[in-house]
Design a protein around this ligand. Sequence first.
Ligand code: NAP
Length: 249
Amino acid sequence: MGDAGGRTVVITGGSRGIGRSIAYRFAAEKGNVIIVHYDPDESASEETVQHIRESGATAESHKVDVASFEAVDVLFKNVLSRFDGVDVLVNNAGITQDTLLMRMSEAQWDAVLNINLKSVFNCTHAVIREMVRRKGGRIVNISSVVGQTGNAGQANYSASKAGILGFTKSVAKEVGARGITVNAVAPGFIETEMTEGLPEKAKKAFLAQIPLGRPGTTEEIAEAVYWLCSNGSRYITGQVLHVNGGMFG
Ligand code: NAP
């Protein structure tokens, strides 16, 4: 139990988009919600924190590059020194830098792999020892449908999201005996700033593949993440939950 009575939850990329909805969903428990973001413009994270505090939970935001092993380690040492432990870790931070492989630079590959995949290692590594010691914890990693289907123009992004699945399944096997579950949620096409910039043609192509006939909402992803951290899913680990309107799975 955290200071505010509910669970202590760390959500990377919790300042906006899907991560913000996940933060709001956990805030309903009136626990401690800790969000991590990296944009020097703190307006989105401040708005998120303010909203959570108004709802009666405690909230704090940290400007940390999740791709940095050292910075993430310092962050979690700070968090663990002030709270009883981290009950839930949601590895959600992610970026895209889309282009065809032939045009992809090393920098584009490295940025996407480091922020999307190495970050999941960094944060999980920083928190897992404490979860093992406390014999409990929930970890949810946000992958993507394209981690399994692939997508032209997203070799870096798809590889990072596929990597998350192998990581999730491996760590689930390592820590299951300690009562810790590790799962992935793979969203389909969700309306956020990340997808706002997609060309109309690409958006139409995605929509045409969705049996439910519409993009998903950030709240629909948050519900799935929340459920994977609830008592009702306690016997589920190492799994990928597809939340994509039926487009794959
Ligand atoms: P978004 O609206 O662009 O938000 C991305 C979040 O990640 C922001 O809070 C951002 O905060 C944070 N972030 C980015 N780089 C960071 C870094 N280096 N260190 C710390 N935080 C960083 O994206 P979204 O659509 O909500 O996506 C959230 C997750 O869902 C991502 O992993 C994405 O790949 C995945 N996903 C999204 C969709 C979709 O259709 N939207 C589909 C499948 C999977 P700052 O800007 O402050 O850094």
